[in-house]
Ligand binder design. Structure first.
Ligand code: ATP
Ligand code: ZN
Length: 222
């Protein structure tokens, strides 16, 4: 049986785009940790709220397994792992306002794009096959996804795929690969995610406290 915990755990990205803003947000609500930036685990000092520094891809699993109580990750990752069955049922508790981007279909610049039907039978390179297939199904389009964990935009020029479905912020990466965005599948930003329900006992009280404080700083920031 799992040890009952009396400390709250928040999983955030160790590095990458969301790591620093997530840490800054938690600092802004008054959390402090014994310095261990290079480690997986940061022990909370003022309040019994610890940090897990991990890859964003691991956060849904940590929440599902009950190893972490909250996670800060992109809505895109939460949506993908919710749809592909690896971490179903997690909840988006708050949207956090940083890390904005969208998941978009990118086609070769020269195409005259007229709608989803044009994607029929094509190969779509993506790191988000479940969201992509869900969107294709809802538009009645049958197309194959080629799942890549990175460098998705280069796939069309390599002949590995016809089009891409990838995260876009400025559009610069698509443009640099002679692609243009034509459909938005998901508007994303960093979110606070959690398993359904409130943690039991003292962790539930800590969770409420953390949410109240987050709402406080978000109101000040807005
Ligand atoms: P990790 O090493 O943790 O697996 P990663 O390479 O998967 O990192 P990052 O590139 O740091 O992830 O992106 C983290 C999140 O930042 C994305 O899932 C997305 O929600 C958000 N994001 C915002 N803008 C962009 C963008 N232009 N490209 C990719 N992700 C973006
Ligand atoms: Zn990742």
């Amino acid at each position: 049986a799992r040890e009952p915990r009396d400390r709250l755990r928040v999983a955030i990205q160790k590095s990458g785009r969301l790591g620093d803003p997530a840490r800054d947000l938690l600092s802004a609500v008054g959390l402090t940790w014994r310095e261990s930036r290079d480690r997986l685990f940061c022990f909370g000092e003022g309040l019994p709220i610890d940090l897990l520094l991990v890859r964003d891809d691991d956060i849904p699993g940590l929440l599902t397994e009950g190893v972490a109580d909250f996670g800060i990750l992109g809505r895109n990752v939460l949506a993908e792992t919710g749809l592909d069955g690896t971490a179903p049922g997690l909840e988006e508790v708050r949207q956090l306002g940083f890390g904005p981007c969208r998941l978009a279909i990118g086609v070769p610049e020269g195409w005259d794009y007229e709608g989803p039907a044009q994607l029929e039978g094509l190969r779509i390179a993506t790191s988000y096959p479940a969201i992509t297939q869900d969107w294709l199904r809802r538009h009645g389009v049958d197309a194959r996804t080629v799942t890549l964990s990175g460098s998705v935009e280069i796939a069309p020029s390599l002949g590995q795929a016809d089009v891409v479905c990838d995260l876009v912020s400025s559009g610069g990466t698509l443009r640099a690969n002679s692609l243009k965005p034509v459909e938005t599948l998901l508007e994303s930003e960093a979110v606070l995610a959690a398993p359904p329900g409130r943690p039991e006992g003292v962790r539930g009280e800590l969770a409420d406290l953390l949410l109240r404080r987050l709402d406080g700083v978000r109101r000040v920031a807005d």
